[in-house]
Ligand binder design. Sequence first.
Ligand SMILES: NC(=O)c1ccc[n+]([C@@H]2O[C@H](COP(=O)([O-])OP(=O)(O)OC[C@H]3O[C@@H](n4cnc5c(N)ncnc54)[C@H](O)[C@@H]3O)[C@@H](O)[C@H]2O)c1
Ligand SMILES: [Zn+2]
Ligand SMILES: [Zn+2]
Length: 345
Amino acid sequence: MKALVYHGPGQKSLDERPRPSLAAPTDAIVRMLKTTICGTDLHILKGDVPTCEPGRILGHEGVGIVEETGPAVATFRPGDRVLISCISACGRCAYCRRGMYSHCTTGGWILGHRIDGTQADFVRIPHADTSLYRVPEGVDEEALVMLSDILPTGFECGVLNGKVAPGSVVAIVGAGPVGLAALLTAQFYTPAAIIMIDLDEGRLDFARRFGATHTFNNARDDVVGAVRALTEGRGADTVIEAVGVPATFELCQDLVAPGGIIANVGVHGHKADLHLERLWSHNIAITTRLVDTETTPMLLKTLAAKKLDAAALITHRFTFDQILEAYETFANASRTRALKVIISH
Ligand SMILES: NC(=O)c1ccc[n+]([C@@H]2O[C@H](COP(=O)([O-])OP(=O)(O)OC[C@H]3O[C@@H](n4cnc5c(N)ncnc54)[C@H](O)[C@@H]3O)[C@@H](O)[C@H]2O)c1
Ligand SMILES: [Zn+2]
Ligand SMILES: [Zn+2]
């Protein structure tokens, strides 16, 4: 089969690889229909994720058809159309029993990281019963790919941890796919204002189209002053960090209102300052989270009910043979105006 293989920092190629086979009785083999590329795949290619070793097939998102199931798989049969979660979960360990699937002792984020991933003709899915979801009737499969990772990430790590509430003021730093996923799902709770902040005008255009009430470019605007002016000097009740660099985590600390929450979503590779000398008296909370995908069943229902426009995040389409071109497009987002790319078999 064909597979997109990571060969060390800066190196990848579309290679011929053997088809995966069942390794445990709880495994399923899935024939891929559609996949996509994540910002995290670009992090791996930069060498930021040393736990991902050369030779690994990348990808942790997608939709496919079950090809084969191990004898212990009870929920799925060959021929079933399934959504693949970016998080694999055994459903039994202490972390899984409390819904913290991201920390599953034999799963978590392993696909396209510690085991071969979804950017291939076939993929082996461990703990298939608790890591796959049946595709609901009538749901657009391209839109569904957005539920493998970015929508649960924006929703769980940003909106839920940030306790977005009716009438509240939300500020989201970073209008990439994850920040925009937080923007889309924050609207479940009808906040009074959603302020999006980014350096890229193209991304801020998307944010306005997706329901941002205010947008600011922090390369140009006095964002802190503008947010204070909008909130009678208070700041934002929920501040979502969706970039992953020290400067944006510090900006979040300037934007949060007394009594507010900073919900960190970004993957950070460097230490960042915490201004306790100012914030100690502000009654704030800071949360961090690796996406658990525990809200995937709920997000599937909102998608099926057309209450969530996940397809809006898709800007480009490629065939699997064109995956290297898809990477080029996705990696040069400010020039190509790419958000999510769909790669179809
Ligand atoms: N916590 C989790 O489980 C989890 C899961 C998936 C992704 N992530 C992380 O979420 C973050 C966002 O993901 P994405 O795919 O949207 O990334 P992305 O790189 O596509 O988007 C980041 C956005 O931030 C903007 N930006 C960069 N520097 C900025 C600055 N100084 N000020 C304001 N904006 C700035 C960029 O223009 C871009 O629009 C990444 O760090 C990613 O690794 C976390
Ligand atoms: Zn991802
Ligand atoms: Zn587990």
